[in-house]
Ligand binder design. Structure first.
Ligand SMILES: [Zn+2]
Length: 259
């Protein structure tokens, strides 16, 4: 670690349980962020600033004026440009020590798998249930920890599914794929800072998964529900559904790659 990095990261390295070893773990890690909208922007900003060595940003969408209240990496000058590409430029201004790769085509379950195989942690920041279940299934196969986040109107939720542990539940244990509606912020609205709260929590969860400073029992397969109207957080323990269409009888057969 050079002098610039020692000075840059000193406040997090003096936190007990994080230390210089935690910083080195971060710099040797790869995080895949699927969706660079309201959740992906703050999540990527914190992960880049914290010194995660490699980020893979996936978004095929372009920036619109109505995105700007919550997608805080973008400006009016970026309208009609690809989100992942603009995000990469902004994040490298803040921290040029890291590597950022972008994926600008639409991903399905098959095309997603090679990227998930390269990632240590995956953040599901999309607003489409098809993409969410594709990420869930690919992470299950690769045994890659998945951080799920969602935000709508005045509410948000976040869950960590650490698939390195067989007993972890998955998105399919939480939601039935066949009865999910696309209740996205496109139709239902969203207050910008809600995505900031949940996106920041997702970045925190990724850092904790990498560094290992968390209580596994309190953290894995737990759903945190944020209700801004009632100013409340609730935590729900998720149990693995033995009849889950997504995770029951899964075969763990994807090899990790290092590039
Ligand atoms: Zn499941």
């Amino acid at each position: 670690m050079n002098d610039n990095q020692l000075e840059r990261y000193c406040r997090q390295m003096i936190v007990s349980g994080f230390d210089i070893e935690g910083q080195e773990l971060l710099s040797n890690s790869t995080v895949l962020i699927i969706g660079m909208g309201g959740l992906g922007c703050p999540a990527a900003q914190y992960l880049a600033s914290s010194g995660v060595g490699k980020l893979i940003l996936a978004d095929y969408d372009t920036i619109e004026l109505s995105n700007l209240p919550r997608q805080i990496l973008y400006t009016e000058n970026d309208i009609n440009k690809n989100k992942a590409e603009v995000a990469k430029q902004r994040l490298l201004l803040s921290n040029p020590n890291i590597q950022i790769k972008t994926i600008t085509q639409k991903l399905d379950k098959k095309s997603l798998q090679p990227y998930i195989a390269k990632a240590d942690i995956v953040l599901d920041c999309t607003d489409s249930f098809d993409s969410r279940f594709a990420a869930n299934q690919s992470c299950l196969l690769a045994k890659t920890p998945l951080v799920f986040g969602a935000a709508i109107r005045m509410q948000g939720q976040i869950a960590v599914f650490d698939f390195r542990y067989e007993e972890s539940s998955c998105l399919g244990c939480l939601y039935d794929k066949n009865s999910c509606s696309e209740d996205s912020c496109l139709y239902s609205g969203i207050i910008g800072p809600i995505t900031g709260v949940i996106g920041s929590m997702m970045a925190l969860a990724a850092i904790q998964l990498i560094v290992g400073n968390y209580n596994l029992q309190a953290f894995n397969s737990k759903l945190l529900l944020f209700d801004a109207k009632n100013w409340s957080w609730n935590k729900v323990a998720l149990t693995k559904n033995q009849h889950c269409n997504e995770c029951s009888g899964i075969v763990h057969n994807l090899e990790k790659t290092t590039s």
